[in-house]
Design a protein around this ligand. Structure first.
Ligand SMILES: *Cc1c(COP(=O)(O)O)cnc(C)c1O
Length: 240
């Protein structure tokens, strides 16, 4: 690794940031209103060291176990969980991740709230609340995790009342599309859902976590506040 690799990731980061900036400008938004989350699943620690040298500090992982292995070797990195959280790993996740983006059930939200009230993870959070996103499956895609629009409508007030959770906003994983334009309706639906829910429950934050390597520009045009980008920064992942 070393300086050559760091230079490569610096270029990749600058290119993605530039594309975010142009997409933001097209929709009359500030580039600074969009956060870049570098999705680092399957990316090894030495590579991530170079990425940190290149100015990437915010990483997304989809497995608690993988993040637990990497995080101790990467001081200075900040972590978001973007993959499904199993109930039995919730306490561990609270100790690792600053933000849990993948809350997809009331039971999981309640569990995190209970753990926080017992002090798990509270040490790293001075105000005793954990930042989360609610994952919404706005396409009602059977293969995707997340609340259906209808379930979220029913649960939002109860979720917002959990005292140890701060709901930063909504997150969605779009369908796999061959043309980024095909993802636009999903992103628009997430934004509209967020607005409708917030009219009723103002405690729901304005965050919109949407857009990945193939469609983050469309997501930014539709209002994304945080995009989750893996391959466009780190290259193709090995096949599972
Ligand atoms: C892997 C993953 C990403 C990043 O996908 P890329 O296509 O590599 O940008 C984003 N969000 C989630 C939930 C993921 O699992």
């Amino acid at each position: 690794m070393g300086p050559v690799a760091a230079e490569r990731y610096r270029q990749a980061r600058e290119e993605v940031e530039q594309r975010i900036g142009l997409a933001a400008a097209r929709s009359g938004r500030e580039a600074a209103a969009v956060t870049l989350l570098a999705v680092s699943k399957t990316v090894a620690v030495p590579t991530l060291r170079s990425a940190i040298e290149a100015g990437l500090v915010l990483f997304g992982e989809n497995r608690v176990q993988e993040a637990a292995q990497k995080a101790p070797h990467l001081p200075g990195a900040h972590w978001h969980l973007v993959g499904r959280l199993q109930a039995n790993k919730a306490a561990r996740a609270l100790g690792l991740f600053e933000v849990i983006q993948s809350i997809d059930s009331v039971a999981l939200a309640q569990r995190l709230d209970r753990l926080m009230s017992g002090g798990d993870g509270a040490g790293v959070r001075p105000d005793g609340a954990v930042d989360i996103y609610l994952q919404a499956n706005v396409d009602d895609d059977a293969s995707k995790a997340g609340f259906s629009t209808r379930d979220l409508r029913e649960a939002i007030a109860e979720l917002a009342d959990l005292p140890h959770l701060r709901i930063l906003g909504l997150m969605t994983v779009g369908r796999q599309v061959s043309n980024p334009e095909e993802a636009r309706s999903t992103f628009r639906r997430l934004r509209e859902l967020s607005e409708r829910l917030r009219a009723r429950v103002p405690a729901l934050g304005r965050g919109l976590s949407m857009g990945m390597s193939d469609d983050f520009e469309v997501a930014v045009e539709e209002g994304a506040t945080i995009v989750r980008v893996g391959r466009a920064l780190f290259g193709e992942r090995p096949l599972p």
